[in-house]
Design a protein around this ligand. Structure first.
Ligand SMILES: Cc1cc2nc3c(=O)[nH]c(=O)nc-3n(C[C@H](O)[C@H](O)[C@H](O)COP(=O)(O)O)c2cc1C
Length: 191
């Protein structure tokens, strides 16, 4: 006889502890119609389709990110390493929108990429899906994937992830966790 018992968590995501669905933290750069640059942390982020390829992230409709993407049709998903965790966490509260981070021009989009992030995805807006309570999910077609060339140097796959700076995840309010050590399972392709 098993003593396994599944207890129900609240349907209010903000009450989840432990959250069974950590979300990778990214920094979305965008530009308004006057050229003003914005950067904001987002963590409801995912691959959406291999064709495109297409990625997506959840956002509040009233956030500058959503307004900018709707206005210009472009954005960049920058992937910070765990060394930037404290900076990223403080970003919504500091007056300097970039929180000291620096930019380089995008290659395929008129939106900058963040120099301190070891990778980024330059995206063109595919569609915006509306949910209730002012939430939207923004899908983008990836135009270019930029990765710091130092991430590509090691022959060992695990070391390439080390060089990516260990991407990190939002768990619950005040709690983040980095990607652990990469390990091989088999040569069978996933999917
Ligand atoms: C770690 C972290 C993750 C966040 N994830 C999201 C998210 O997935 N979606 C969202 O709309 N806001 C998220 N936020 C909140 C926004 O970053 C914050 O409200 C920001 O000020 C919005 O800026 P914007 O108006 O420039 O888009 C997150 C904040 C932090 C610190």
């Amino acid at each position: 006889m098993s003593d396994l018992v599944f207890r129900a968590l609240s349907l209010d995501k903000w009450q989840w502890s432990p959250s069974p669905l950590p979300g990778q933290v990214v920094l979305v750069t965008s530009r308004d119609e006057h050229g003003v640059i914005d950067v904001a942390p987002k963590s409801w982020v995912t691959m959406a389709a291999g064709s495109g390829p297409t990625v997506g992230f959840g956002c509040t409709r009233e956030h500058r990110t959503a307004k900018n993407v709707e206005a210009t049709g472009e954005f960049v998903i920058n992937l910070p390493g765990v060394d930037l965790a404290e900076t990223v966490w403080s970003m919504p509260d500091v007056p300097d929108r970039l929180a000291g981070l620096t930019t380089l021009p995008g290659t395929t989009v008129d939106v900058p990429v963040l120099r301190e992030c070891p990778a980024h995805l330059e995206c063109a807006l595919d569609r915006i899906v509306e949910f209730s309570h002012g939430e939207v999910f923004i899908f983008g077609t990836v135009r270019r994937v930029g990765v710091d060339q130092r991430c590509l140097e090691p022959d060992a796959v695990g070391e390439r992830y080390d060089r990516l700076g260990h991407p990190f995840f939002f768990l619950e309010s005040g709690w983040l966790a980095p990607l652990g050590q990469a390990f091989p399972v088999s040569d069978r392709p996933a999917g």
